[in-house]
Design a protein around this ligand. Sequence first.
Ligand code: PL3
Ligand code: FE2
Ligand code: FE2
Length: 233
Amino acid sequence: MLLDSPDSSFSELPDFTAESYKDAYSRINAIVIEGEKEAYNNYISIGTLIPEEAQALEKLGKMELKHMKGFTACGKNLGVTPDMAFAEKFFAPLRENFDKGLDQGDLTSCLLIQAILIEAFAISAYHVYIGVADPFAKKITEGVVQDEYLHLNYGQEWLKANLDKCKEELIQSNKINLPIIRSMLEQVEGDASVLKMDKEELMEEFMIAYQDSLTEIGLDNREIARMALAAVI
Ligand code: PL3
Ligand code: FE2
Ligand code: FE2
């Protein structure tokens, strides 16, 4: 009877103490820490483009610092040292585009990159991770993912309110940045699979979050389909 335990999900969790797990975690954990740190910087930077929103954006940024601390604790808890140099390289293409947008005062691009693409990426990855995380990290990630919805929502609201003015920029910026997200997913898939996170599931979750977000902003199905195609061609 004991062998027939109905809780099969329990046996599907990875071995959190295995060297292979810790090795993969050193990169994934670094990606998440770096992503949260850059998110803080990005929200502060966006605040310089919309001074009347600077305070609200600082509040979002501070949540990111809290997330960073939470994920740092997750690595420590498993005895893993995050490979920060790897993570900085991982984010470099997206960061360069964000900085370019910032220099040009291109608020649409900055919001698309941080508040839509990165947040949707985080939400989808955190959802998948929650199903296979160790108990300590699971609790932390569940708290974090709630905040990420607020961040995604913030970006959506601004883009929705300004869609007439920013639609063309949005479509242009998507063409450049969505393929970068795709390549980031591809780079992380090997390590993610060691953590028992499935690539197809990650992609599916991302596309759902992203398309929902574009719908919320006010794009129609044809426009969304066209934008999503940028990920496959
Ligand atoms: C901003 O709020 C979040 C920025 C972080 C983005 C990171 C994306 C996630 C990469 C894939 C792995 C995820 C799960 C593991 C957590 C330790
Ligand atoms: Fe975050
Ligand atoms: Fe966030």
